[in-house]
Design a binder for this molecule. Structure first.
Ligand code: AMP
Length: 218
């Protein structure tokens, strides 16, 4: 069974949904740098204070703040059995730094899963996304497959569903631009490394999880 993955794709492409399902079925750990930053912002930590303004603008947090955090997270006990990196790496510099960290520990990424979704669909998904203010789970008011059972309430813990500030249409469009400029080049980078699998993000979460499962079980 393969256990070390990078989930690559624009904001709203379905990385989190894929990761959530793989955690539920295979117990693979999801490491979302966005979630880690949001927790730090909510807790008012030094890291959170530094990251907050970049996140609110929809810009990337500087590599210097991201790299130590990820190196530290990957060294923790629960990450030794495997993980899915969600939202990292987001730049070539981050990808190179990850290579170095993995080399040092004698491990490597098994596969990079790239979810390809057209821009207009991303904008639609991000503006319909609602997030549980307690557990961070995502829903979508524009798609019955991802709608909560009760409007505005998390199915899992009853928490209030809110719109992430950076899912506001204008900020979300900026984040897609940032993705295209800074993160999309990683598709070619991992293609050249021979470890990229491309999924059509329009095929739906069920189909894509089936394909991801095959990759995990291969
Ligand atoms: P996400 O939840 O992955 O969309 O991330 C939310 C925000 O956190 C991004 O818009 C960035 O500001 C920041 N962020 C998350 N991961 C990274 C990363 N690998 N590099 C730089 N900034 C990041």
């Amino acid at each position: 069974m393969k256990k070390k993955f990078i989930l690559l794709g624009a904001p709203g492409s379905g990385k989190g949904t894929l990761a959530e399902r793989a955690t539920a079925k295979y117990g693979i750990l999801q490491i979302s740098t966005g979630d880690i930053f949001r927790h730090n912002v909510a807790d008012g930590t030094e890291l959170g204070k530094k990251a907050k303004e970049y996140m609110q603008r929809g810009d990337l947090v500087p590599d210097g703040l991201v790299l130590d955090l990820v190196t530290d997270r990957l060294s923790q006990d629960d990450a030794q059995k495997g993980y899915m990196l969600d939202g990292f790496p987001r730049t070539i510099v981050q990808a190179e730094a990850l290579n170095k960290t993995l080399e040092k520990s004698g491990t490597k990424i098994d596969a990079v899963v790239y979810l390809n979704v057209p821009r207009d669909e991303l904008v639609k998904r991000l503006s319909g996304r609602r997030t549980c203010s307690v557990c961070g789970r995502s829903y979508n008011v524009g798609n019955p497959e991802f709608a909560p059972a009760v409007d505005g309430v998390c199915d899992v813990d009853g928490g209030e569903l809110v719109q992430r500030h950076d899912d506001d249409k204008k900020v979300a469009e900026g984040r897609i631009d940032v993705y295209n400029e800074q993160t999309h080049p990683l598709v070619k980078y991992y293609q050249a490394a021979g470890i990229l699998t491309e999924l059509n993000g329009m095929d739906g979460a069920v189909r894509n999880f089936e394909l991801f499962s095959k990759l995990i079980e291969a």
